[in-house]
Design a protein around this ligand. Structure first.
Ligand code: ATR
Length: 286
C-alpha cells in the first residue's frame, strides 16, 4: 500500500483497538481492489468519541467503524442514525456524507444475514422458532435479522431475564413474537426449533464453556458467533449430529462490506482466500 495526497481514508475507533481484525480485513480488500485507500486503527478513549467523530470530516476521512466501547454512545454523537441501527440501539459504521454530516449505521444485521445465507443456503425462515442464546449487543443484531427474515417466533435464552425482556421490547414486530427464557428451559425451547444461535461469550477463548445438549431437529442450522476458536464445542456437537453449522467468521467478514463499499466505492466479497487470511490472524501466539 502506498499513501498519496489523494488516498481515501477510513479506520476503526475503539479502546482498546489493537485486537481488532478490521484493519487486516479492509487492508485485504484494498489490496484486492487496488483502490487508493487506507484503513487505520484509531485508539479513541470512551470520553473522546464525540470529538473524534466530529474530527472525521475535518480530517478528510470518509468514515469509520466503531468497536467497544463506542457502539452505543456514538448514537448521540452523530447527525443521523439509520432506522435499523436505532431499533437495535447500537452502531458500528459511520459514513461522512458529502455535506460533512455523519450518518451512523449498523451492519451486523447484514453480516449475520449474509453469513447465514452463505453457510446454510437451504435454511427456510418458516421452518420453526429460532432459539437465540444471549441478550447483549450481538443478540440484538441477530434478533433483528431473524425478525426481518420472517421466522415465526424467537425464543431468547439468557442468564439475566430483564436484558432479554429489553431486547424483546425494543425489537419485536407484530409478525414475530419474542419470548424470553431462563437457561433451565434450554431443552424445552429447542425441540421444535428451526435454528439455534449462540450470541453469548460462552465458549470464547478465555471464557467459560458453553455446555448444551442439542435436541433440535437435525435439519436446523446451528450458528455460533464466537470466532476464537473458530470451531467451538457447540459447532463440533452440531456437526456430529448432522446439523448445518455456521461459524462466527462469516458475520465478522460480511459486516465489513457495506462500510468498505461506502468509503472506498468498490464492491467486495467474502472469498476462501480472505477467510484464510483472517484465520491466520486468529491463531494463538506461540
Ligand atoms: P455483546 O455485545 O458482544 O453481545 P455483551 O453485551 O457483554 O456482549 O453480552 C454478553 C452475553 O453473554 C449476555 O447475554 C450475557 O448474559 P447476561 O445478559 O446475563 O450477562 C452472556 N454471558 C456472558 N457470560 C456468561 C456466563 N458466564 N453465563 C451465562 N451467560 C453469560
Amino acid at each position: 500500500m502506498r499513501i498519496a495526497g489523494t488516498t481515501r481514508l477510513a479506520g476503526i475507533m475503539g479502546w482498546p483497538v489493537a485486537h481488532s481484525r478490521s484493519p487486516v480485513l479492509h487492508g485485504f480488500w484494498l489490496d484486492e481492489t487496488a483502490v487508493d485507500g487506507a484503513y487505520v486503527p484509531l485508539a479513541v478513549r470512551a470520553e473522546n468519541i464525540g470529538a473524534a467523530l466530529r474530527a472525521l470530516p475535518i480530517l478528510g476521512f470518509r468514515g469509520c467503524n466503531l468497536t467497544i466501547p463506542h457502539k452505543r454512545t456514538a448514537l448521540s454523537a452523530v447527525d443521523r442514525v439509520d432506522p435499523l441501527a436505532r431499533r437495535i440501539g447500537a452502531v458500528n459504521t459511520i459514513i461522512v456524507m458529502p455535506d460533512g454530516t455523519l450518518e451512523a449505521r449498523n451492519t451486523d444485521v447484514f453480516g449475520f444475514r449474509e453469513s447465514l445465507r452463505e453457510a446454510a443456503p437451504d435454511w427456510c425462515p418458516g421452518s420453526g422458532p429460532a432459539v437465540v442464546l444471549g441478550a447483549g449487543g450481538s443478540s440484538r443484531a441477530v434478533v433483528a435479522a431473524l425478525t426481518d427474515a420472517g421466522v415465526p417466533e424467537i425464543r431468547i435464552v439468557n442468564r439475566t431475564l430483564s436484558r432479554a425482556e429489553d431486547v424483546a421490547h425494543d425489537i419485536e414486530t407484530p409478525g414475530t413474537p419474542i419470548t424470553v427464557h431462563s437457561w433451565k428451559e434450554i431443552y424445552k425451547v429447542q425441540r421444535d426449533a428451526g435454528l439455534l444461535v449462540n450470541t453469548t461469550s460462552l465458549g470464547m477463548a478465555g471464557e467459560p464453556p458453553l455446555i448444551v445438549d442439542l435436541l433440535l431437529p437435525p435439519t436446523a442450522p446451528v450458528i455460533d458467533i464466537v470466532y476464537v476458536p473458530l470451531e467451538t464445542r457447540l459447532l463440533t456437537a452440531a456437526r456430529r449430529r448432522g446439523n448445518p453449522v455456521v461459524d462466527g467468521l462469516g458475520m465478522l467478514l460480511h459486516q465489513g462490506r457495506p462500510g468498505f463499499e461506502a468509503w472506498f466505492g468498490a464492491a467486495v466479497s467474502v472469498t476462501p482466500k480472505l477467510r484464510a487470511a483472517i484465520v491466520a490472524t486468529l491463531a494463538p501466539p506461540n
